[in-house]
Ligand binder design. Structure first.
Ligand code: B16
Ligand code: MG
Length: 217
């Protein structure tokens, strides 16, 4: 049977969190706010706007709307300077193996990301043509944990949500997949992603037999 496999981007296909961290840290510093790696963890899967809101909240800062928008643009400019240099070698281990296997089995593939830069990043790492549908931060009103991003992906693949499987590294993303009635596969720490149906440290732990099982259920 045909299943829809929906991939998150940051933390699943590539590790762009390290670039988000550098860009947010620099930006926070410019307004006198300290920003830590632990805080960066909490921004995984969170939209750009909500991320800046959180950083300002943590630093007890309030800004005018104009200044807020200016800082969002600055952060993105800085972030994109890192993205600019991304190449295929930044694809996380065994992601191509899984994508190619699912493609060989004619399974529809989609991207479901909060990032407004998803298209650019996929292009940089040469994965754009692998996906039958791309839903990113430009195509949703409500961010994860709302299921909108994954439901839109299922719609584009013309599949029922319960025939879809989501790979996610963020707690909010796993919650979104569960709320969409999809099978959730957490990529990362079991302690963080305890609500996922399955958890793997990374794609090297995912066997082709496991994928076969998922497809035949
Ligand atoms: P952008 P994902 C998310 O990507 C990141 O995890 C999150 O840290 C970031 O703030 C968000 O995208 C928005 O990114 O500023 O590029 O629009 O994990 O949903 O693929
Ligand atoms: Mg992610």
């Amino acid at each position: 049977t045909k299943k829809g496999f929906i991939f998150d981007l940051d933390g699943v296909i590539v590790d762009t969190a390290k670039y988000h961290f550098l860009a947010w840290k620099k930006l926070a510093k410019s307004v006198g706010v300290d920003f830590t790696k632990i805080q960066n963890e909490q921004l995984k899967g969170v939209s750009r706007k909500n991320s800046l809101e959180k950083i300002l909240e943590w630093g007890n800062k309030t800004l005018s709307e104009e200044e807020f928008n200016r800082l969002m643009a600055l952060k993105n400019e800085d972030y994109l300077s890192y993205v600019e240099n991304m190449k295929e070698d930044e694809i996380l281990p065994d992601v191509p193996k899984v994508l190619n296997y699912l493609m060989s089995k004619e399974q529809p593939l989609a991207l479901g990301s909060a990032s407004k830069n998803a298209h650019t990043i996929l292009d940089k790492v040469n994965l754009l043509e692998k996906f039958d549908a791309i839903v990113d931060g430009n195509g949703v009103k409500k961010g994860k944990p709302d299921p909108e991003v994954f439901l839109n992906a299922a719609k584009l693949l013309k599949l029922n949500p319960d025939d879809c499987i989501v790979f996610e590294d963020a707690k909010a993303g796993v919650e979104a997949a569960n709320a969409a009635n999809m099978i959730s596969i957490g990529i990362g720490e079991k302690s963080v992603l305890d609500e996922a149906d399955y958890v793997f440290k990374d794609f090297t732990e995912i066997s082709l037999e496991f994928l076969d099982d998922i497809m035949s259920n």
